[in-house]
Write a protein that binds this ligand. Structure first.
Ligand SMILES: Cc1cc2nc3c(=O)[nH]c(=O)nc-3n(C[C@H](O)[C@H](O)[C@H](O)COP(=O)(O)OP(=O)(O)OC[C@H]3O[C@@H](n4cnc5c(N)ncnc54)[C@H](O)[C@@H]3O)c2cc1C
Length: 305
């Protein structure tokens, strides 16, 4: 349970790679820190995190478990709760959580985003076993495989062209939408031999979490070993907007400066919520950058030069 009587130096909302790294740094500055997390990370179903130095292939839940242990060892309090409301009150913030109300001098928004999954029947049976959304994270995993990209516009064309680094067997599934590729994109797709199927996908077949075919409304069964999609993300909750932080719609990001401070003084946004690459490793880096700035901002003037 959070301490409702005294004031935390900082409350962090979200216990993913971003929030946990921020917590570890702030704890090691010997500040009074509370991390609130409601246990719904973006990569909940992923088998492994790729490309995190020293932790390559680590299951997401294991990374979080270690991060929590390290944060607690640094003196951070962790509360499994949802933050429902934040209000500024003078130079402090009042937070309402499902475990009670509390006060803090600084607030870190690290609550991440959610992926929008395309409306293809039974796609979630194969997500994320063989359905992916990030070539930077999982492109290597589909080397030499037959890969489909679901989408009808520039994002899908860009993704298919990027995937050529790992495979030549690529099909774009427009899935019954109107094609919105530019002339240049169309000619690049043609030149690279990337097939485009306009028909709706009516079913995916496969075994376990491995997809095998995309079945089109014409009855055609297109063999695929993996599918990628990129239709967008949404912020996990609306705390930033309620606080008055400037957001970068239609992107899911919150505007921040180089120290990850938002347009509201004393409120920081890190990880997938901040502009830039959406990766576990860059989220962790954001956490460290914000922590250094937060610690500095809390120092009395007599200790700053
Ligand atoms: C399928 C998949 C595979 C991926 N693979 C890779 C990979 O291989 N390598 C890589 O680097 N990246 C990968 N990523 C991206 C990576 O997972 C994210 O970039 C990273 O998790 C973002 O970290 P975060 O801390 O910003 O947010 P998250 O990890 O999403 O954590 C946010 C936390 O905030 C909590 N929360 C939300 N709202 C509230 C609230 N109101 N109160 C309290 N808690 C709240 C959530 O429960 C969650 O625990 C993958 C993502 C997905 C979806």
């Amino acid at each position: 349970m959070p301490d409702t009587n005294s004031i935390y130096d900082c409350v962090i909302i979200g216990g993913g790679p971003a929030g946990l790294t921020c917590a570890i740094f702030l704890g090691r500055y010997r500040l009074r820190v509370l991390l609130c997390d409601n246990g719904k990370p973006r990569n909940y179903a992923s088998r492994a995190i790729h490309g995190f130095i020293g932790q390559h292939n680590i299951p997401p839940a294991e990374l979080r478990r270690r991060g929590r242990e390290e944060a607690e060892a640094a003196g951070v309090e962790i509360c499994d709760c949802t933050v429902e409301r934040i209000e500024r009150s003078g130079d402090q913030f009042c937070l309402t959580t499902t475990s009670g109300s509390l006060r803090a001098r600084r607030v870190v928004l690290a609550y991440g985003v959610r992926d929008l999954v395309p409306g293809v029947p039974n796609i979630t049976d194969f997500y994320p076993g063989s359905v992916y959304h990030c070539p930077d994270c999982d492109g290597y995993e589909v080397t030499g495989l037959r890969v489909g990209v679901i989408g009808h516009a520039t994002r899908a064309a860009g993704m298919a062209l990027k995937l050529l680094q790992w495979t030549n067997e690529l099909t774009i599934f427009v899935h019954g939408e109107e094609r919105h590729f530019t002339k240049e994109e169309t000619s690049k797709l043609l030149a690279e031999g990337i097939a485009v199927k306009d028909e709706k996908i009516i079913a995916l077949t496969g075994e376990g979490d491995r997809v095998k075919h995309a079945v089109l409304e014409t009855g055609e069964r297109v063999p695929v070993d993996a599918l990628f999609f990129s239709i967008g993300t949404v912020r996990s909750c609306t705390l930033a907007e309620e606080l008055g932080c400037r957001v970068l719609d239609p992107q899911p990001c919150i505007e921040v400066d180089q120290y990850k401070e938002t347009s509201v003084e004393g409120v920081y946004a890190i990880g997938d919520l901040a502009p830039g690459s959406q990766l576990a490793v860059t989220s962790a880096a954001d956490g460290a950058i914000a922590a250094i700035a937060i610690n500095k901002s809390l120092l009395p003037p007599s200790r700053r030069v």
